[in-house]
Write a protein that binds this ligand. Structure first.
Ligand code: GLA
Length: 384
């Protein structure tokens, strides 16, 4: 779906001239399921995302049009309440704006893009952050990007009801070309690290499956971690967050934790350590060592955190058979979506097609493949 299509659809539906905004999806190099567990993450915005054409309409009504779904929705600004469906991502954002008592008026928005839904590349955060960014520009709300990220996160908690961490919105709004963001999810301090991958490319392979209950399972993981942390904190009174707990501490207190809770806590503490190590490796350009950590993350996400699925495990196991793939893992929330792979540039087209052929034989699904690179965060686009 191109920006021209979005603009043309807007003109057809609403008959005025909109401003055009681009809100990207994200990748995450490492640090999975630890943004809501006080860890560090290493995401980047990508050049796939959602276009939003937006214009004020001089009424007190908001009109949405999803170009991908060909569905419309309208509501007065005085009645913003959750409704099941895609509308919730936009309504939740308006609700956050209203909770802060910021003044907006009626507007029209048409949106759509080239970010596959349910592929773990954060289409929901792109819609939420993108609408907020557009409202900030149009109605002069004076919000800074990190504040918009926390508001978009709140919007997702309260309307769609998924208790996501801050990573996706932050990456989408704060991304920078050729850089990854090392984000401290406790303080929201961040720094940009230049992404130098030597001879390697970042390639996503989309399983094209998205197992249902994913959002419910996400909230369950979050709750299990909170439960585990509360138990560990009783044993280790000086710790303030998971960041202060080492995997050895979790092992030591195994008897106090039930099997599943133990596994979750072990993964979280390992992944926090791994991400810090990964940042050091990336800064010193040790790409092969970095790739090994990606495989370890997958193992943990699959066996301990249990957010993988047979399709993702198949792709990662196949990746291990190719020496030119130095790292591979499930990316994002899991239960389907993409694997992120570090593959030698000279060989990636060949190995990826061999893996996707085998995937087709096994699951009868045509996996999709995208080469990705860190790109700029949300922006207003010039119109031709
Ligand atoms: C989803 C959530 C993020 C993060 C990832 C897993 O994408 O939206 O906040 O927790 O899963 O790392």
């Amino acid at each position: 779906m191109s920006s021209e299509t979005i603009i043309a659809t807007f003109a057809e539906k609403f008959g005025t001239t909109p401003r055009l905004f681009f809100s990207p999806g994200r990748i995450n190099l490492i640090g999975e399921h630890i943004d809501y567990n006080d860890g560090f993450v290493m995401p980047a915005a990508i050049d796939k995302g959602i276009w939003l054409a937006v214009a004020p309409n001089a009424t007190d009504t908001v009109n949405f049009y999803s170009v991908d779904l060909k569905e419309a929705y309208s509501t007065p600004l005085s009645i913003i309440a959750p409704v099941p469906g895609w509308q919730n991502y936009l309504l939740g954002v308006i609700d956050q704006v209203q909770k802060r008592e910021l003044t907006i008026h009626g507007f029209d928005v048409a949106f759509g893009g080239n970010l596959p839904i349910g592929a773990g590349m954060s289409s929901s955060a792109a819609i939420e952050g993108g609408l907020l960014f557009a409202l900030n520009e149009i109605f002069d709300l004076h919000l800074l990007r990190p504040t918009m990220a926390t508001m978009a996160q709140k919007a997702e908690h309260t309307f769609p009801g998924v208790k996501v961490g801050i990573m996706d919105m932050f990456a989408s709004l704060m991304g920078k070309r050729d850089q990854v963001i090392l984000l401290d999810c406790v303080t929201l301090d961040y720094k940009y690290l230049p992404l130098q991958l030597n001879d390697y490319s970042l390639v996503l392979i989309n399983t094209k499956v998205h197992h249902s209950l994913a959002s419910g399972e996400y909230n369950v993981r979050r709750q299990q971690c909170q439960e585990g942390f509360a138990i560990l904190q009783q044993k280790l009174p000086n710790v303030k967050s998971f960041r202060d707990i080492k995997p050895e501490d979790v092992e030591k207190h195994k008897d106090a934790l039930t099997g599943v809770i133990y596994n979750r806590c072990l993964f979280v503490t390992q992944e926090i350590e791994r991400t810090q190590k990964a940042a050091t490796l990336l800064e010193s350009n040790q790409v092969e060592e970095f790739g090994k950590l990606m495989f370890q993350t997958h193992e943990g996400l699959s066996k301990l955190y249990e957010v993988s699925c047979p399709e993702l495990d198949f792709l990662v196991n196949k990746a291990k058979e190719h020496p030119s793939i130095i790292g591979s893992r499930v990316m994002g929330g899991g239960f389907g979506g993409c694997t992120l792979n570090l593959i030698h540039k000279n060989d990636w087209a060949r190995v990826v097609s061999s893996i996707t052929d085998e995937y087709k034989k096994e699951f009868n699904i045509d996996a999709e493949v995208y080469e990705v690179a860190p790109s700029d965060g949300t922006y207003e686009a010039a119109q031709a």
